[in-house]
Design a protein around this ligand. Sequence first.
Ligand SMILES: [Zn+2]
Ligand SMILES: [Zn+2]
Length: 353
Amino acid sequence: MFEHKGHIHIHSRYSDGGGQVKQIAAQAARAGLDFIIITDHYNLDGLYKGEEGYQSGVLVLIGMEVNQECNHYLALGVKEVVANNDGNPQVVINEVNRQQGIGIIAHPFEKGSRYYQKGRTYEWRDWSVTDFQGIEIWNYLSQFRDACTSILKSIYLIFNPVAGLSRPCSQALNTLDKLQARGQKVFAYGGSDAHGVRIKVGRLPVSISPYYLCFNLINIHILCPKPFSGDLQLDQKQVYEALSQGRSWIACDYYQSGDGFRFELHNDSKTWPIGSSVDYIANLKFSVKTPAPARVVLLHNGRHLETSQGTDHFFTNLRPGVYRVEAYLKDKFRYRPWIYSNPIWIKYNGIRH
Ligand SMILES: [Zn+2]
Ligand SMILES: [Zn+2]
C-alpha cells in the first residue's frame, strides 16, 4: 500500500476563504501534501471552473460544505451542487448518497466563543439521521474558536495559533465509537477547516487559519493500492476509495509527522489494513507502527484496552469487536494527542471464543 497525505476541509475565495485555489495548492505543495479537497460553502464553482487536477504538483479535488446555520455536512466526490437543508439534513445526506459521494458530519459539537462571531456555533443538531459516511472528529478551527474564552486568550491565540491545537473532540469520538461498536461502517475524518482570511487586530494584520499552517496541523493520511500516477481520474478514484473505506488516519503533523504510521491485523498467513472488517479466526494479532516513539492506546468497542510504548507495538488475545488506536507523543510534562486511526472490525462469527 502507498501512503498519501492530504487535507479535506478547505475554503477558498469561492466562499469565505482568503485564497484562490492555485494559491492554496501552492501552499499545500510547500507543506508536503499530496492531495487537497476544497470544500467551499454551498457551491462547486471550483469544479465547474476546471480547478480539479494537478496544481503545483498537488492533486486538487473539489467537494463542498452544505448547510448554513447548523448541521454542516462535507460532501466529497459530488458533481452537482447539493442544496442546503438545515432543517432536514437527512435530505442532504440522501442526496450525497444518490451522487455516490462521501458525506461527513462536520464539527458536530462546538461550544463557541463570545469573542468570535458573538458565540455563534455551527453544531450538528439532528442525530436521528442515518447513512452518512463519517464524522469529523478533529477540526482545528472549531477548537481554536472554542478556546477563545477571554479577550486576552483570544489575542494570545490569534498571535500563537498553534496554541489552539488541543485534541480531537471527545463527544465526536464517543458518538463514532458507539456507531462502530454496533457494526456500522462509519469512519473518522479530520482537518483544519482552513480559511486563510486576514483580519486586523488594532492596526496589525493577522491571518486566521492560514493555509500553510493549517496544512501542517491536522491532516488525513490514506493508503492506496498504487502510487499516484499524475492522472486526475485514476488518482481521484484512489483517494475517494481510501476515504470511503476508512483506509486512513488523522494526524496532528505539527510536532511530529504521522507519515509511516500503520495499524494492521494479521494471522499466520494474511494481513488486513486499517478500515478492514474480518471474520474471527484463530491467532489474530494487531501490529501498530508509529513513526516516532509514542504511547499507543488500543481501544476495543470505544474502551481503553491496552497501552504500549515505543515504535513497534503488538496486541494479541483479540476478541470480536471493533478496535482502533490512538497514539500520543511524549512532551516534557505530558502526552500530546497525535494520531487517531480508523478502526478494524473483528466480526463475531457465531462461535463462542
Ligand atoms: Zn462548517
Ligand atoms: Zn468549513
